[in-house]
Write a protein that binds this ligand. Structure first.
Ligand SMILES: Nc1ncnc2c1ncn2[C@@H]1O[C@H](COP(=O)(O)OP(=O)(O)OP(=O)(O)O)[C@@H](O)[C@H]1O
Length: 685
């Protein structure tokens, strides 16, 4: 971003009425009532009783509290041997969070700071109920006094540290996609589009609204700050009253960081509750936070108004030097320095114990008890959502059909925006087709021709398989993180993603086999009949799509492209071997028969051979002095006495194929196509 852009952004953030007046903010341009909270000596922002969004939804502001959060992690990695090992030596548990309490009122922007390894991300994960699969958590998280579990996802947004987008989409397209899938089902399409425009304005994204998001180093797109604001925009489309941000300013320069926090400040003014982990905030950014939560060694070192943090540290003998950034001071005071570990740990103990005993901590706990007492009978479940009067009843914001339509739209346009890949693959198919056509140019129906044609048909299968499989093998490791995040956020179902991918792949994997067959079929001089040509093209389409399915399955099983590549040869080789070309079907050992059934090579080879030879009435026997391929089972040619294929049926029989199997073969290839796709979908579930 240029300096002028930065300046204009800053000035827009101060001159834009959105930034200045919460009432005029587009997200909540209805009404809200404000009353001063009372009954507690905790310094609190104005408590907002009720918010009405422009879409007419009533949203109750959120007070988030958590009590006695303890988190443990196994220090031993779990492996195959862990069961045996654990009998001798029970797995040790490392305590990551120790009795952490907290309470955040609506309309508060709170920064979570601390040295590296202090437990900030772990606390965030516990509060958001995300990524907690491998840790043991005890304690309760409450929303407006009600114990909540995974339901917190339905009422909160989570802006994660690393932004993940489809880089070819524009800012507006990305937001439209999210609006169509995430917003409440009862909101009309017009309402959703209106909300998109509101959010664009609210987050100052007007300037880049039609710019592709891009990917650093590959495709130039919007700036880092704009990307971060786009992440916020994606999350606030649904007007969540609670927003979590992990490392909101990481990777941004101080100007951009300030601009992003200013944006958060605006959102808070609208009554939201925002928790934000932050690394090394500048003094200006630090001062913008209403409250501060300082973590140290998994404990709470301070939680309260930002401006009272320094006096608290001062009162316990920790004086921040003049002109020192307070955040830097807190972090360095609470950091564990190698070589002075015990001394640092003792200091952390002193500060954390002092805060635990402080009036502020006691009042916070009392406030939390008061809130919890009012809802003592409520536990986690849909009730939480009902009580909060937040209208998200469904696991997914959109119906199955809307999910399919929207994901299909995005998959299609992202594919179309990358025409280079399609172009290269088409040119590659034409070149290989012409090369094969020239190598096998105009084969005659002779004994040599039989061998050449059968070889060419098997090469067709190989080319279709390799071309399709390697084109898809890298797709999933690349898309997996975005898919997991979007699916995890309840944007769309797993099957929707795969159906969309399958449907969008169809044109490519129909067109390429048809182009390939159109070139090679006539150049080689295969059985000269339009119907047989179309059958060959159809078989290759089936093979290409089955290989794509296997490619997707392998790419799902592998976590990296390299691993996927390494898995392909051992999977493909047996399938190829039992295809009936390298090894006669009658020679397959009994213990490998099952592999033969998994080989689309076998079915497709049988189909291609039968299609090619079944109507060939005579093959010239021109091999002097012996049987072609040395096979004594072939009939003898009357005139020369040599053993030859007299007609196409002899070729079919010689290869142990059967023309009665064609429907079974087609059915089995289709079954493999569906089977691989299903396994692929299940492995992602
Ligand atoms: N699943 C886990 N298994 C073992 N240890 C873990 C696990 N998760 C976190 N930890 C440990 O807990 C401590 C706190 O980790 P956490 O990621 O919460 O720190 P953080 O404050 O976010 O650090 P940073 O600022 O560097 O991201 C670290 O020592 C980390 O190694």
């Amino acid at each position: 971003m240029s300096n002028e852009e930065k300046v204009s952004l800053l000035s827009s953030s101060s001159s834009n009425p959105t930034y200045m007046n919460a009432r005029s903010s587009t997200g909540f341009n209805g009404t809200y009532d404000v009353e001063k909270s009372g009954g507690s000596s905790q310094e609190m922002p104005p408590r907002i009783r009720r918010l009405t969004s422009s879409t007419g939804e009533t949203i109750e502001p959120i007070t988030l509290s958590w009590r006695d959060i303890n988190v443990y992690a196994d220090t031993q990695s779990k492996g195959i041997c862990s069961k045996f090992r654990s009998k001798e030596k029970p797995s040790e548990k490392k305590q990551i969070l120790k009795n952490v309490n907290g309470l955040v009122r609506p309309g508060t922007l709170i920064a979570i700071i601390g040295a590296s390894g202090a437990g900030k991300s772990t606390l965030m994960n516990v509060l958001t109920s995300r990524n907690i699969g491998k840790i043991h958590v005890s304690g309760v998280v409450r929303v407006n006094g009600i114990v909540t579990g995974r339901n917190i996802k339905n009422i909160s947004g989570y802006v994660q540290q690393d932004d993940m987008f489809y880089e070819t989409l524009t800012v507006r397209e990305h937001l439209v996609f999210r609006a169509l899938l995430r917003m409440d089902r009862r909101i009309s399409k017009t309402g959703r589009m209106q909300r998109v425009e509101e959010v664009i304005e609210e987050l100052g994204l007007e300037k880049c609204v039609n710019t592709a998001i891009g990917y650093p180093g590959f495709k130039k797109g919007i700036s880092g700050g704009e990307k971060k604001r786009l992440s916020f925009a994606s999350e606030i489309l649904t007007n969540p009253p609670l927003l979590f941000c992990d490392e909101a300013t990481s990777g941004l320069d101080s100007f951009m960081a300030q601009s992003v926090v200013q944006t958060l400040k605006t959102l808070v003014m609208n009554g939201r509750t925002i928790l934000c982990t932050i690394h090394q905030p500048s003094s200006e950014v630090y001062a913008m936070f209403d409250q501060l939560l300082i973590m140290a060694e998994g404990r709470l070192a301070y939680m309260g108004p930002t401006k009272e943090a320094l006096p608290f540290f001062n009162s316990h003998g920790f004086l921040c030097p003049m002109n020192f950034n307070p955040a830097d001071y807190f972090i360095s005071t609470l950091a564990i320095v190698p070589g002075r570990i015990q001394e640092c740990k003792d200091r952390v103990e002193v500060i954390c114990d002092a805060f635990n005993k402080s009036d502020r901590s006691q009042i916070m706990k009392a406030d939390e008890d008061k809130l919890a007492f009012g809802h003592a009978n409520y536990t986690t479940g849909p009730l939480v959502i009902l009580t909060l009067n937040i209208v998200q009843w469904y696991r997914y914001g959109a119906s199955w059909c809307r999910q399919l339509g929207t994901v299909l739209w995005r998959t299609w346009i992202t594919g179309m925006r990358d025409p280079m890949v399609v172009r290269i693959r088409t040119i590659q198919t034409i070149i290989i087709g012409v090369m094969l056509g020239l190598v096998y140019l105009q084969q005659d129906y002779t004994q040599e021709g039989v061998m050449n044609i059968n070889g060419a048909l098997f090469l067709f299968l190989n080319f279709m398989t390799f071309n399709s499989l390697f084109a898809t093998i890298n797709v999933f490791p690349q898309e997996l993180p975005v898919f997991l995040r979007e699916h995890g956020s309840g944007i769309y179902r797993t099957d929707i993603y795969f159906i969309s991918k399958t449907l969008c792949d169809i044109p490519t994997y129909v067109l390429l086999p048809v182009i390939f067959t159109s070139i090679t079929y006539w150049m080689i001089g295969l059985y000269s009949n339009g119907v047989n040509f179309m059958i060959t093209a159809g078989i290759l389409v089936l093979v290409a799509n089955t290989a794509v399915s296997l490619g997707y399955m392998v790419s799902t099983l592998a976590s990296t492209v390299g691993m996927a590549m390494a898995l392909v040869p051992p999977i493909l080789l047996p399938l190829m071997l039992f295809g009936g070309f390298f090894l006669n079907n009658a020679s397959v050992p009994d213990y490998f028969i099952w592999l033969e059934y998994l080989s689309w090579y076998k079915y497709a080879n049988e189909l291609l051979i039968v299609n090619q030879w079944k109507d060939v009435d005579s093959i010239v026997c021109d091999t002097p002095g012996g049987a072609p391929m040395g096979n004594a089972s072939l009939p003898t040619n009357g005139t020369s006495g040599t053993r030859c294929f007299p007609n196409g049926n002899a070729v079919i029989q010689y290869m142990n194929f059967d023309s009665d199997n064609i429907y079974t073969d087609i059915g089995l290839i289709c079954a493999l196509f569906v089977g691989f796709r299903s396994l692929h979908s299940f492995s992602c579930w």
